[in-house]
Design a protein around this ligand. Structure first.
Ligand code: NAD
Length: 499
């Protein structure tokens, strides 16, 4: 069986701790590799190397740093198919979906090529008599990121591209479920010309994460994952004096108004609810039709579409809508929540519980489920399911639908489907959620805007990518300067040397 490594100081390094985690092929259920789980000593070793490498990297001018990223983009495009297949093999998502994962990371790398412009400071000439004032953005030093399993290419790139563009060294602790693509990304960056030690990948679990949080040299931590872990890392990281941004879980509502284009809304719900097996933080997991008639029309449109979804392994080509979920534990949790929905009185309109795929009986496949008549007290409503399960909560009017989404503890994304501009505008203004779609089900902002939710979906002030990333990965220094005047005679500058 393949034994994966860390990537430290430009080389693949075997794990020293003696602890490993299994990496599965979710389509077959087989263990295909084991990944080492670093201890605090291994993390400290990587931090020392990062600190050494960072000084020279920060002194490299931003245009040269940007050129490395430019070359990296070329290499990502060159290896797109290879990266996508490796990603699908460990994650389970379809190959087109895996390419999208790489692509959305690549777009942030492209944005970061603008580092020379984005890092320019500010200058005030003659802020006082003979006094000038200027500010500059300087790198933090050694930075670190902890990433989830569901976007093993995109989210690492969202973190390390701005971090290194700003002149930091970065230590990535990827998800132990799908660590191969992050290792491949580190190799490609070195091929693009990144000096050794500027980007390192240290694999691990809680022990490695705690070693990051407690290491005094690490200046900042980026985290994306579930809310309880986000809250833990934010609290402990901040109390250790670090700059921390943590992005957590989600329960994204889509409101369907009576005047919505119902075919468009149903198509959008199927893509946003079941794509990537529902394992997206921006997946729609709650449909909120307004009015009984709207609800009936929506369910009628949804059922045949959901029943037609094709579930299969990534090796089936483009013909599959979604693949397996990531682990047997994830499958068990999803099916447990489905059962709780039935037990608590929701109506299971599409029942995927008996789904099984011939030839892949041991894979972690979950059939598509649709619930109707869900109420806000049910576990399937309060909890993030992170699987192919869509819950319908019927609202009697717009205000009730709006309040429902606003009262939920998560606030990552949301959408409204309507033909009425006034309703859409009101929704966008009043909703307490970070990313809003108007007739767009998954409103993920592009690289040059910022990505982030509100409420329990985020801990920290600044969003991911866009201009916020350049703020997160730099510190501002402001200089006030006055030079002693020389004595000018006849236009000549007459400098008197000091004794
Ligand atoms: P997770 O919280 O289980 O793991 C995320 C990372 O934290 C991994 O690297 C893991 O090794 C580490 N970790 C796990 N348990 C830990 C512990 N006890 N102490 C310290 N570190 C620990 O999340 P996941 O299952 O990999 O990813 C799915 C979650 O991520 C979902 O909740 C999803 O909504 C969320 N997510 C959020 C966003 C966003 O931008 N808001 C984006 C993608 C995913």
């Amino acid at each position: 069986m393949q034994e994966l490594t860390h990537y430290i100081n430009g080389a693949h390094v075997k794990g020293q701790s003696g602890r490993f985690a299994d990496v599965f092929n979710p389509a077959t259920g087989e263990v295909q590799a084991k990944v080492p789980l670093a201890n605090a000593e291994e993390m400290a070793f990587a931090v020392d190397i990062a600190a050494d490498a960072q000084t020279g990297w920060a002194a490299t001018n931003p245009q040269r740093r940007a050129r490395v990223l430019m070359k990296f983009v070329d290499l990502l495009n060159r290896d797109m198919q290879k990266l996508a297949e490796a990603l699908s093999r460990e994650h389970g998502k379809t190959v087109p979906d895996a390419k999208g994962d790489v692509q959305r990371g690549l777009e942030v790398v492209e944005y970061c090529i603008g580092a020379p412009q984005l890092l320019k400071g500010e200058y005030t000439d003659s802020a006082g008599p003979g006094i000038d004032m200027y500010s500059m953005r300087q790198a933090l030093g050694v930075t670190a990121g902890i990433t989830p399993f569901n976007f093993p290419a995109m989210i690492p790139m969202w973190m390390f591209a701005p971090a290194i563009a700003c002149g930091n060294a970065f230590i990535l602790k990827p998800s132990e479920r799908d660590p191969s693509v992050p290792l491949m990304l580190a190799e490609l960056l070195e091929e693009a010309g990144l000096p050794k030690g500027v980007l390192q990948v240290v694999n691990g679990d809680k022990e490695a994460v705690d070693a990051i949080i407690d290491h005094p040299v690490i200046q900042s931590i980026g985290f994306v994952g579930s809310t309880p872990i986000a809250e833990y890392i934010y609290g402990r990281g901040c109390s250790n004096g670090k700059r921390v941004q943590c992005f957590g879980g989600a329960k994204n509502h889509m409101i369907i108004m009576p005047d919505a284009d119902m075919d468009q809304a149903a198509d959008a719900l199927v893509g946003a609810g079941y794509g990537a097996a529902g394992e997206r933080c921006m997946a729609i997991s709650v449909a909120v039709p307004v009015g009984e008639d709207t609800a009936d029309r929506l369910i009628e449109k949804l059922v045949p579409r959901i029943e037609k979804l094709k579930v299969g392994p990534y090796t089936s080509g483009d013909d599959v809508d979604y693949g397996p979920v990531v682990t047997a534990a994830a499958k068990e949790k999803i099916l447990g929540l489905v059962q709780s929905g039935v037990d608590q009185g929701a109506k299971l309109v599409v029942d995927g519980r008996d789904f099984s795929l011939q030839g892949y009986e041991d894979g972690f496949f979950v059939g598509a489920h649709l619930f109707d008549n869900v109420t806000p007290d049910m576990d399937i409503y309060t909890q993030e399911i992170f699987g192919p399960v869509l819950s319908t909560v019927r609202a009697q009017n717009y205000e009730e639908a709006l309040k429902l989404a606003m009262d939920h503890e998560y606030g990552n994304g949301t959408a409204i489907f309507t033909r009425d501009g006034d309703t859409a505008r009101d929704f966008a203004n009043r909703i307490n959620i970070g990313m809003v779609g108007i007739n767009v089900p998954i409103p993920v902002p592009l690289a040059y805007h910022t990505f982030g939710g509100w409420k329990k979906s985020v801990f920290g002030d600044l969003n991911q990518h866009g201009p916020d990333a350049f703020k997160f990965y730099t510190r501002t220094k402001t200089i006030t300067s006055r030079w002693p005047s020389g004595i000018r005679e006849g236009g000549e500058f007459n400098f008197k040397p000091m004794d």
